[in-house]
Every structure is written in structure tokens, then in C-alpha cells.
Design a protein around this ligand. Sequence first.
Ligand code: GDP
Length: 608
Amino acid sequence: QIDEAKAAASVENLRSPICCILGHVDTGKTKLLDKIRQTNVQEGEAGGITQQIGATYFPMDAIKQKTVVVNKDGKMEYKVPGLLVIDTPGHESFTNLRSRGSSLCNIAILVVDIMHGLEPQTIESLNLLRDRKTPFIVALNKIDRLYDWKAIPNNGFQDSLAKQKKSVQNEFKDRLEKTIVAFQENGLNAALFYENKNMGKYVSFVPTSAHTGEGIPDMLKLLVTLTQQRMAEKLMYLSEIECTVLEVKVIEGLGTTIDVILSNGVLREGDRIVMCGLNGAISTNIRALLTPQPLKELRIKSQYVHHKEVKAALGVKIAANDLEHAIAGSRLLVVGPDDDEEDLEMEVMSDLEQLFSKVSTSGAGVAVQASTLGSLEALLAFLKSSSIPVSTISIGPVYKRDVMRAGIMLEKHKEYAVMLCFDVKVDREAQAYADEVGVKLFTAEIIYHLFDAFSEYKKEMSEQRKRESAANAVFPCILNPVAVFNKKDPIVVGVDVVEGSLRIGTPIGAVKKNPITGEMETISLGRVTSIELNHKAIPICKKGQPSVAVKIEGPNQPLYGRQLEEKDTLYSLISRVTIDTLKTHFREEVPKEDWQLIINLKKVFNIL
Ligand code: GDP
């Protein structure tokens, strides 16, 4: 009896932790969630698992039942009342569970496919978890795919592994080792959960199969132990509300509703609430607090159960007026009797304003648009770490006015006339307008895909600019004429290339003393239009090759025998512009000794 009273007291003090599932696509996130939700038929209905809005609630009774196989000595302690698992796995919900820049997700499961190890989105998830300082465990999923694995449904992992053949055990060890090393390379120490002596320092790997259910009892046990050990103080009930908008949805008969996760405090019907909106803060009153009808009550007409009040932690749908422009990822505040509504409006909007303040003030940068506040925040952090400057940001579908804003870059920074759109729809008119004016739109559901697309685009742009600036790319050379075949229009001379390389298109000049003023003057001969070696056309003639016949064409050519003599050395006609062009676009194509040649030619042409 006393024990029960104690347990009840602690249950009152601690609220349920909130758990998110993250990981690369196809690692089995959805399947794992399904598997833990599944009631265990043999042991009777697992007590009271409830479907909420955007989340599933596992009361401790259900978790106790599901962890029986790994709690044979009965030593496991259950202090939290249950576990609230977010239903939509992935970045989206994780990034939206936010409050003042920190995460409302108390613990996360990072799912890794044991057959694939670390994948791009695993790393992306790792970075998110690190940024938000969220404790997590790694589910090394799909162990049933190890060759020759003999399944024991819903068993504890250690027992299952012990019963496998040596070859299976070896394959497991091998793959585990590889993944641990890959994690280390990403700056994270990891250990198999039952070998992990320090959960604060090492991330625990728990091998699972979402198909056979093996390892899932271990995973649940680990989640409960870790939350209880590491964050008891964070799980205390607060009088203050902690609540986030996960999704904004139109529901027939209800209008626009918001799905929220209440991680702390109490919400009541009629409460005055405040949140971020696309056109400024939204203040409205809760008309209804709704959760789904339990499955067995399907005969009841209404889809939802109404609540007068709900207590954290849970997922609930809120019906209210004026929610059309609500922003997912926004904090939701309740206006208390002593609160000033305007203050609270300013407070919620500050989250959005903070993001605006992170945008480049120098003006040059891409436009970024995301579906929610949380994903925008994550995307901006990622772009910052990738050194991609951002000039404007926005939330929600892309409309023409957004493209127009991005189009400002077309004039001065064409490479940034780009919109990186994360998980948003692009309005048709907006796309058409973008195509017309030349703003590039990249859309993706995975952050790093946007990065890849943008990097690829930048490379393309640089190739294009290279082509466009080819006329100003003058490679240095010095020519000694050995014969004049045609004196003018066009000039045709036989030359030896004594330094550098001569190319089709290279402008040619000579430097002569003006007989009247006595000053050195540059005489332009025109551009090389053909190079022939033994009557065969070649595109380039390099230093040391045999003499070539060169045709030079251009306006106002000097005449050999008058302004020019055969003994005059010829040079590629360089300038400040041509040097800069080489430096920016063709740096790799200029051999080291030719940079020295450029320095020498600068003296010849008196370029500063
Ligand atoms: P998500 O994209 O991470 O949500 O992955 P899903 O849960 O949709 O799973 C992707 C695919 O992997 C599906 O075909 C699943 O049936 C399969 N899968 C998931 N977990 C396991 C597992 O533990 N073992 C095996 N063999 N297949 C799995």
C-alpha cells in the first residue's frame, strides 16, 4: 500500500516524456512505431495505449507489459507515468517541437538500418539532435535481415543473439563495429546498450527488428531508463504552459484547426491563446479541444472526443476562429488573468523575428522558404554551416510575390537569384513567373537535397560565366616572328612561341616607340583567327613547338613594313580585365610558370 502511494506521488510529479523518431528514409521508422503500438495479443490488451492527435500515448502499464521479457528480475523502476510518442517520424515534427530555440522533444530514437549503417539523413538527424541538445538512443534496425537470423518474436535482444549461429553473431558484430566507427567519425561516441557504462558520454545502440519485434522491449526499457536518469527535472510539471503547433489543418465541419503538442501545463476550453501567424500574431479563444474517438467506439458518429480540459503531455486538436494563417512550429501561449495579451503576442512573434535577424544584411544571398517555423530554423542553421548566404526568408507556399523578392538578386548577384524551398508547394503562377524572369526554384523534402541542388547550380553558373567571359580570358604568350606572309588585312605571320601558349582568339599586340613623342606605345594587331602547323589547323600552340603560321584579323591593322617590322616581338595583349578574368574563372587552367609570365607582361604593357 505504502509503495503504491509513493508511486502515485511520483506519478503526480513527473509528466510523460515526449519521444520523436528520426532517421534516414526507409530505415523502418514507421514500421517500428507500428510495432510498438501493436497490442500484444498473447498477453492480453496492453493497457490503455491511446491514439491522440499526432501522437500515441503509452501509459506505464502498457510499457511494463511490453518490457516484461527484459525485466525478469523485476528490478526496473517506472517513475514516469507514460511515454508520448510523436506519430509522424522525421525531421518535420522534431524541428517543430520547439520552444525558445530548445526542443520540447525529451528523447529521440534515431533509426539506422543495420544493413546500411550511416546514411545522409542520419547525419542530418545527428546534427539536429546535437543542435537542440536532445538525448537519444540509436535503434539499429532490421537485425532480422542478418543472413540466417532465426527469429524469436518480441524477444529481448541479448537472448535472441545468444541463440544465433556463430556466423550470424559474427556478422552482427561486424556491422555494429562499422556503424560505431562511422558514428565516431562524426564526432559521436557510441556503444552497444548493455556494454554502455556511461550513458552521458556514449550513445546507446539498441539492435531491433520492426518485423519480428526483437529488441523492442530493450528499446522501450532504455527509453524509460534514460529519461528517468537524465532528465527528471525536465519532466516536472510546470504551472506554465509549454505547447507547440505541430500542424495546421482544414477539417470538414471544423474549419481550420491546429494540432498541438502540449508538453507542459493544462489547456481548457475557452482559454485565450496566442500564436505566430503569417500576417502577425493570432489571438483567439479555444472553441473545442479534441482527441480521436477510440477505435472500438467507431459506431459513435462524431470523429472526435471533446474535452473541457487536457493535461500534459498529450497531442490535441484545437478548433478556434482565425487559425487560417497560423504557422506550424509556433509556440502557443495562454493569456492568463495577469497577462497582457499584447506582450504575449510580441513574445511569440519574437521567434520569427529572431530568424529574420539571422538573414544576411549585406544583401547578397538566396531566398529560403519552408513549411514551418521549425523547419525554417533548421534549414537556416544548415545553410549557415554550409556557408550559403540567405537574403530573405518566408513560411508557407511560394507565391509570385516571393519570387519577385528573390528576383532582386538577378541584377547584381545572379547566382543567388535562387529560392531554396523546403517542403512547400509552389503556386503555378509563381513557377511560371520564375521561369520567365530566370529565378531558379529548388524544392525538396530533404534539407541536404537542397544543398546538393544549389551546389550543382552554382557549378553550372560558374561554367556558364566561364563561357561568357572566354573572350576576356587571355592566356599569356610571347611570339618571335620568323616570316611575314601577309602584311595587313589579314596579317599572316610565321612565329615561334617562345613563352606561354598561343590560342585561337588571343588578342596580339606589339610595343613600339612613337617616333614623334618618343614614348612607348602599344599597337594592337587584332585577334588570332587561325593557327596552322604544316598546313594543318590547330587550336593551341605551346612554347617549344615548331613554328606556326598565324592569321590575325581586326580593325585598323598596322601595316608590316610601316608601323611594324618583322623583328618586333609580339605579345598576347593583356589588361587588368583579362588578368582578373583568368584569376576568377580560369585559375586552374593557367600553369604556374604562366602566372610569372603574366607578371612580366604587366611590365611590358605597363599595367599597374
Ligand atoms: P521509414 O521510411 O523509415 O518510415 O521506413 P518504413 O517503416 O516505411 O520501412 C521501410 C521498409 O523497410 C518497409 O518495406 C518495411 O517493411 C521494411 N522494414 C522496416 N523495418 C524492418 C525490419 O526490422 N526488418 C525488415 N526485414 N524490414 C523492415
